[in-house]
Design a binder for this molecule. Structure first.
Ligand code: NCD
Ligand code: ZN
Length: 348
């Protein structure tokens, strides 16, 4: 008999859904697997006001196919800029639909040119977030061109994160898509108000995946893949049951032409098999019993939201990932295109 895994329906605490027709193509992949997702605000132009977040949320809900309507809740975020006001934070909190505010250091990643140039400019706004208990989500990389790209996360801890936590002792922070053992150790060492999300691709791949057999643009994301020792540290902590590490896919779709280009952009699409990839990682680590806590409990507990009551089931059978996916009239190359995954979503 095939092995079957049933557990509380998971949430994705870091997701790029894009907008318009592109969003319509990728939304079902997420909504079939996850009950809720933290929606990243890095649209062009970015989602900087509560009104824009409400409008984006409405577009997401109306893009859900009929069979998934009412089954998926987008949790909205605002994009922090140098000019975000404390009043905007109050409005966001009062709206009940904005769960967090995202800090992108300007220039750190895809669509981050409107990001924060100097955190000192956000002083009053961060103080309001601290006061209202609005979590700050950080893209944890410095942008200093003198810093080696593989060390940007490590430098972010010392240069930005430690001073930020000292300046705002009550601010809750999610260190997004961590990729290094230094980030793991830092989150473990700081008391309860800091948590971290971990992607499936950083649990599965190390930086060799960027170069094996030639340059692999579909494995390029930010933060960039790291050495094997870092991947192992991520797997160890994700499967350990530690309550402040949880699932965030950072699934970030881009059209084929933007990836396979002279200057390919950052972002890996994993939503088509997201929970299946995590199941594989936990199974390989001999820790399948910890998957539910990582995917379905730790996130809502940290955000102060109820855990989901519905269930999801995966069967242990191999299926083939398509070579490409339709993406708003364009093509999208999914993670592990054409390859096999060992767990399959059971619909229902
Ligand atoms: C993200 C995107 O494409 O929006 N890309 C990525 O490589 N993760 C931006 C981000 O989260 O850094
Ligand atoms: Zn992201």
């Amino acid at each position: 008999m095939t092995n079957k895994l049933t557990f509380t329906r998971p949430d994705d605490w870091h997701l790029h859904l894009r907008d318009g027709r592109a969003m319509q193509s990728v939304l079902p992949d997420i909504a079939r697997r996850f009950a809720r997702a933290i929606i990243m605000p890095n649209l062009k132009p970015p989602v900087v006001t509560t009104a824009q977040a409400a409008a984006y949320r409405a577009r997401i809900l109306s893009a859900l196919p009929q069979e998934l309507a009412g089954r998926f809740e987008p949790l909205m975020t605002l994009y922090l800029t140098d000019t975000t006001t404390p009043e905007e934070i109050s409005r966001a909190k009062a709206s009940g639909i904005v769960q967090a505010v995202k800090l992108y250091p300007a220039g750190a990643t895809t669509h981050s040119d409107a990001g924060v140039t100097d955190i000192a400019r956000c002083e009053a706004t961060l103080a309001m977030m601290e006061k209202l208990d609005m979590p700050l989500l950080v893209h944890g990389e410095v942008v200093d061109p003198a810093v080696d790209i593989f060390d940007r996360e490590k430098f972010f801890i010392d240069r930005m994160l430690i001073p930020l936590l000292q300046r705002f002792p009550g601010l809750r922070v999610v260190f997004e898509h961590i990729t290094t053992k230094e980030a793991v150790e830092f989150v473990q060492a700081v008391p309860n108000r800091i948590a971290a999300t971990i992607t499936a691709h950083h649990l599965m791949l190390n930086r060799n995946a960027l170069f094996i057999g030639g340059l692999q643009p579909h494995h390029y994301c930010l933060p960039v893949l790291k050495r094997e020792i870092h991947r192992q540290a991520l797997v160890t902590v994700a499967t350990s049951g530690h309550a402040r590490f949880f699932l965030g896919t950072d699934s970030a779709p881009h059209p084929l032409g933007d990836k396979e280009s002279a200057c390919g952009c950052a972002g890996i699409y994993s939503a088509h098999a997201a929970i299946e990839f995590y199941a594989e990682v936990f199974e390989r680590a001999g820790k399948l019993d910890q998957l539910e806590a990582f995917a379905s409990f730790h996130g809502p507990d940290f955000y102060g939201l109820p855990r989901n009551t519905g269930k999801i089931s995966l069967s242990q059978e191999s299926w083939q990932i398509p070579e490409e996916i339709e993406f708003g009239g364009d093509k999208l190359i999914p993670l592990r295109a054409g390859g096999q995954v060992g767990w399959k979503l059971m619909e229902g």
